[in-house]
Write a protein that binds this ligand. Sequence first.
Ligand code: C5P
Length: 231
Amino acid sequence: MSVAAIVPAAGSGRRMEQQEKKPYLHLLGKPLLAWVLAVLDKTPEVHCIIIPVCPGDEMRCKQEIVDPLGLRTPVVIVAGGAQRQDSVRNGLAAVPDTCDTVLVHDAARPLVTCALIQTAIAATRTHRATTLAVPVKDTIATVDPAWTVLDEIPDRSRLVSIQTPQTFAKDLLREAHRAAVVDGVTATDDTSLVSRLGIPVAVVPGAYSNIKITTQEDLAIAAALLEQGLL
Ligand code: C5P
């Protein structure tokens, strides 16, 4: 098995309410994207890293983040797209023929560990598609546009919060992205695209510490988790 890691990093980070784009925001003195790349680089199973970035930011990403890290793993920086799905699709086009497995991990989850990545990769030996996830802690409801609770509240014991990394047989993920384009479907992650084909996606236990940096307070939470050694 040969794994290519795609790290979508082409988001605008609008919900951070910062001038700076999210992958370049600092967490304890290091850009978010650099945290992710350093962990992937320490994972021997990962043979190459592909980073979709905002179109026009390719050189900035290379000079400010990739080059200073001096990684052992070959890195390819590609232009991302308007939606995360477009960015991953562009990344998929750059996966070398020698790789048969693709791991997708968001640049916005800097607290991922080698152990979590290895757990995800190990699961691909028995499953063609996997995602990390954790049981939800809150009760989850669907609301209407006026924020009134709709329908029955789902049974919490059957709900999980989906994380990355997610891993896929390369051909399966390519097929899922092709089908999404043909069907005009947009989804927030790759598990959604594979699952809608009727292919089972195995859920692998993730970690509550593997948070996604979305709003300002997430950066403070991530810093506290790191400082307290809670990964
Ligand atoms: O928007 P969301 O929080 O779901 O983004 C998850 C990840 O996808 C982030 O790492 C972000 O940089 C990336 N992304 C992307 N291209 C986009 C939008 C988001 O690579 N057009």
